[in-house]
Write a protein that binds this ligand. Structure first.
Ligand code: CP
Length: 311
């Protein structure tokens, strides 16, 4: 495998999940695979889980890790071909990606959506800039439109806790004071397309995700109805897609409560705002899988890095 850019790069989800579960039982089974190799993690945005889990995954495989908070420490990058660089941007992606490629064997990029320019966000300017100009494999650590490492960790978590041939899985929007990207929700939906499940998305009107991604998925605007008899409820906020990047409402009635959760397992990618997105009771009881989801980020990343190193 050359790059891991989206969930669509997963050729066989159940095989990848099984590989991850096997790595979880013996994380150092391939500790010499990455010997003498270096991964460079470039962050244009903040992170806790992605940074530490990807670093841990690489270390488990014997790799060296270099981390750079590019957004605050690097030169401001220009991505436009033919740009006259007489303003604030000091370095072009053409040089930056080639230079990074000389220092490491894999580069991983985190670059969120701007939520102000849909066309630019969907073009994945930063991630695709590295894909185009780097000479080494590129891993997506959350881009404008996708978070495939999170989705793979979510698939591992579902597999570990699922007791049914066809579980009911609900993706529920929840309120949030800030405009958040669609990446986690998009990749979760894409991953659910690869699963045998009764999958429902619930959100207020106006929060429809990209219809190309949600094609053939049931949408239920009544959250309580959607959550009835659910086995797993994945909660996430996202801003409007049609009224791009806007917060249309912050209706606290959409916060996930123990009553709505019922006997379902609770999932969230973290970080999560307590008593805004979800009430304390849900996070603090044993139906919550959020800590295990975060733990599974290591083994999701380890499967991806192993596949790249093996190829
Ligand atoms: N879920 C997730 O990607 O967490 P971080 O933003 O902390 O990396």
């Amino acid at each position: 495998m050359k790059n891991y850019i989206s969930v669509n790069d997963i050729d066989n989800l159940s095989e990848w999940v099984n590989n991850a579960r096997s790595l979880k039982t013996d994380p150092f089974a391939h500790k010499n695979l990455g010997q003498g190799k270096t991964i460079c993690l470039l962050f244009f945005n903040n992170s806790l889980r992605t940074r530490l889990s990807t670093q841990k995954a690489a270390m488990n495989l014997g790799m060296e890790v270099m981390v750079m908070n590019f957004g605050s420490e690097g030169w401001q990058l220009e991505f436009d071909d033919g740009a006259v660089m007489d303003q604030g941007k000091s370095e072009h992606i053409k040089e930056a990606a080639k230079v990074v490629s000389q220092f490491c064997d894999i580069v991983a990029i985190r670059a969120f959506a701007s939520l102000t320019d849909k066309e630019k966000d969907e073009a994945e300017v930063v991630l695709n800039g590295f894909v185009k100009h780097a000479s080494i494999p590129v891993v997506n650590m959350e881009s404008s439109v996708g978070h495939p490492l999170q989705a793979l960790a979510d698939a591992i978590t579902l597999a570990e806790h699922n007791m049914k041939a066809k579980p009911k899985v609900v993706l529920s929007w929840a309120p949030h004071p800030k405009a958040l990207p669609h990446a986690v929700a998009n990749s979760f939906v894409e991953m659910m397309h690869l699963q045998d499940a009764d999958f429902v998305i619930t959100h207020p009107e106006g929060y429809e995700l990209d219809p190309q991604i949600t094609k053939n998925v049931q949408v239920e605007y009544d959250q309580e109805k959607a959550c009835e008899n659910a086995d797993f409820i994945y909660v996430k906020n996202w801003s409007s897609y049609s009224d791009y990047g806007k917060v249309l409402n912050q209706d606290s009635n959409w916060m996930m409560t123990q009553e709505k959760l019922g006997s379902a397992k609770f999932m969230h990618c973290l970080p999560v705002r307590r008593n805004v997105v979800v009430e304390d009771t849900v996070l603090d009881n044993n139906q919550s899988l959020v800590i295990e989801q975060a733990n599974n980020r290591t083994f999701a990343a380890q499967v991806v890095l192993k596949k790249i190193l093996d190829s």
